[in-house]
Structure formats: structure tokens, C-alpha cells
Design a protein around this ligand. Structure first.
Ligand code: PHE
Length: 338
């Protein structure tokens, strides 16, 4: 007969020395493997004399259960230790200094917001229209019929659907607003526009802000005053303003608005090309044909409209000399605008 108690205490002793899962595996084989000490004891049960077999057998089975339980617990403990050891190797160094960086507004966003605020303070609403626009709204309803040479003024991106294009100006928002609202209308429409242009002063996508006022008894003087007030607020100083006769199919009379060069003060420099004046927007009294195509009674109402380039105004305000800087996403440039 094998000494069952001795095997149990031997196992406990040896188990306390085990430090790795590999060692544990070996110990398991030594006791519970095919020829392990406990397995041999199980086999020996049938050799024990009849009268002692029952007691001996139950002792052996208890030992076996005891051993299995002990080994299982040890295995769990070793696995836990292993995970702990691995976790303590991987750690995050919370003491590494990270410089937090606040974002900043794009210079064009800053200008758009300032333009919006100035006009809203004068009682204008802000309207929007789609960038993929109906040819009818972009041209025809603005008195630019199919064969009109004025269509050449604006090299257009056409889209793959008859009757649609990328709007070449924000003026179609005038049309949309007049078609959907009754006068009096005082609105601006900021947004992206597209033209087939690409050089240091032109980008194929740029921004405009359109303005429209429709009411009874609107005169050219209202327009001039509104534009002057806006430019003074925008450049934060008194600026000389000059209206120069011009042509747009959707306004009559039409004018270009010049301001005294804000870089040289009117003496003449590279930016104003020696003239002392800078062109900043187009404007005019809304053409009766535009009113007619938008269902506005020309006996009762008249109005003025204007359109300005946001990139141009931003370049003048901040003294930026290349339009591409707005679209290259160079953080060294962008971070200068808070
Ligand atoms: N739509 C014109 C342009 O893009 C600008 C403009 C708007 C002129 C409104 C007069 C009136 O050049």
C-alpha cells in the first residue's frame, strides 16, 4: 500500500516551490500524468486486500481531487501574475509634456463673420443658395440670355446634367430670395462661387457676398451710403470711396466701387498698380427685367444690389499678397489668425 498522506504533503511542498507555468506542467505530469504518483496509487487500489480496499480507495480519490484542486488554483495564480507582469511593462508616461494648441479661425471665416455682423447690424438678413445652381437662376433670370456676350465674362464650370452649373457668382441667391419672399427685402448672401480661373490673384473656387435691397423709393444714394457705411466698418477707418461707371446685365446703372488704396493711402504703390485706387465690388440698381423675371412689380418697387469678393477684401485687410495661401492649409500661415 502506498502512503497516501505522504504524497499529499509532498505535493504541497513541491507546489510551493513552483514559480512558472512550465514548472507547474511538469509537476502535474509527475502526480497526475499517466505514470504519475497519484495515477499509480489509483491503479494500486485493486491490489489492496478486500477489507481495506474501500477505505484506501476513498482516500486515494480524495487525494486525487485535492491534488487537482490545488494545481488548478496554482495555475490561476500564476496566470494572474503573468498578466500583471506584462501590464507593468506596458505603461503610459503621463509626465511627457504635451503642448496644448488652440485652433484658430481661417482668415476667410473671420472676414465672412465680420461682413455678416456689419450687415446684420444694418438690418439685412442672411440668405443661402446652392453651389450647384440652375443655369436659369445663374444667368437667364439675371438678364443674361443664352447668347449674351456677358456669359463670356464668367468662364463657367458646367455639371453633367442639362440646365445645371456651378454658380459663377452669388447673384442667383437674389433670384431665389425674390421668388420666395415679398418685398421689402434686405438681404446678403455669402458663399462659394466657381470660375475657370487659376493664377496668383484668381482661384477656381472663391467666395462672394451678395447684397440686395428691394423696397419702395430705393435710390442710388441709398446704395452708395450702404456701401460706404459697410466699407468704413469693415476697414475700421474712414476710407475714400469712388463709384466708377461699369456694366452688369442685371443692374442699370452699374458701377464698380473703388476705395483709396489702404496700403499707400492713395499715392500709388504695387498693390494699387500706381493708381491710388482699389476695386472692391460691383453694384448697381436692379434691372427691371430681373424684377420682371422674379415677379416683382416694377411700378411699386426698385432696389440695388452689390457683390464683393471675400478673398480680395481679406487680402487687403490683412495685407496678404497671394490668394493661394487661403487654400494650401499651411498651418504656419493659418495660425497667425486668431
Ligand atoms: N455678380 C457680379 C460678379 O460676380 C457682382 C455684382 C453683384 C455686381 C450685384 C452688381 C450687382 O461680378
Amino acid at each position: 500500500m502506498i502512503d497516501i498522506n505522504a504524497i499529499g504533503s509532498q505535493l504541497e511542498r513541491e507546489l510551493s516551490q513552483v514559480e512558472s507555468l512550465q514548472e507547474l506542467q511538469q509537476l502535474k505530469a509527475k502526480y497526475l500524468g499517466k505514470n504519475g504518483l497519484i495515477s499509480l496509487a489509483v491503479k494500486s487500489i485493486k491490489e489492496v486486500p478486500q477489507e481495506q480496499r474501500k477505505e484506501y480507495g476513498s482516500k486515494v480519490n480524495q487525494l486525487k481531487e485535492f491534488a487537482e484542486e490545488l494545481l488548478k488554483r496554482k495555475e490561476e495564480e500564476l496566470k494572474r501574475l503573468q498578466v500583471d507582469a506584462e501590464l507593468s511593462k506596458e505603461w503610459v508616461d503621463l509626465s511627457i509634456p504635451i503642448e496644448p494648441r488652440l485652433g484658430s479661425y481661417h482668415p476667410l471665416s473671420l472676414t465672412l463673420k465680420r461682413i455678416r455682423d456689419i450687415f446684420v447690424s444694418m438690418g439685412f438678413s442672411v440668405e443661402e443658395g446652392p453651389e450647384v445652381e440652375l443655369e436659369d437662376y445663374n444667368f437667364d433670370k439675371l438678364n443674361i440670355p443664352k447668347e449674351h456676350p456677358a456669359r463670356d465674362m464668367q468662364d463657367t464650370f458646367y455639371v453633367n446634367r442639362e440646365g445645371y452649373l456651378l454658380r459663377t457668382h452669388t447673384s442667383p441667391v437674389q433670384v431665389r430670395t425674390m421668388l420666395s419672399k415679398r418685398p421689402p427685402i434686405y438681404m446678403i448672401a455669402p458663399g462659394r462661387v466657381y470660375r475657370r480661373d487659376d493664377d496668383p490673384t484668381h482661384s477656381p473656387m472663391f467666395h462672394q457676398v451678395e447684397g440686395l435691397a428691394v423696397d419702395r423709393h430705393i435710390s442710388f444714394r441709398h446704395m452708395k451710403h450702404t456701401i460706404q457705411t459697410f466699407l468704413r466698418a469693415f476697414f475700421e477707418r474712414e476710407v475714400p470711396v469712388r463709384l466708377r461707371a461699369s456694366y452688369f446685365p442685371f443692374t442699370e446703372p452699374s458701377a464698380e466701387v473703388d476705395i483709396g488704396c489702404i496700403l499707400c493711402g492713395g499715392v500709388g504703390c504695387r498693390v494699387c498698380k500706381g493708381s491710388g485706387w482699389l476695386e472692391v465690388m460691383g453694384c448697381g440698381m436692379v434691372h427691371p427685367r430681373v424684377f420682371e423675371s422674379c415677379g416683382i412689380d416694377t411700378e411699386l418697387y426698385n432696389g440695388f444690389a452689390f457683390g464683393m469678393g471675400v478673398e480680395r477684401l481679406t487680402m487687403l485687410y490683412f495685407g496678404i499678397d497671394n490668394i493661394r495661401l487661403f487654400f494650401e492649409n499651411d498651418l504656419r500661415f493659418l495660425r497667425q489668425f486668431i
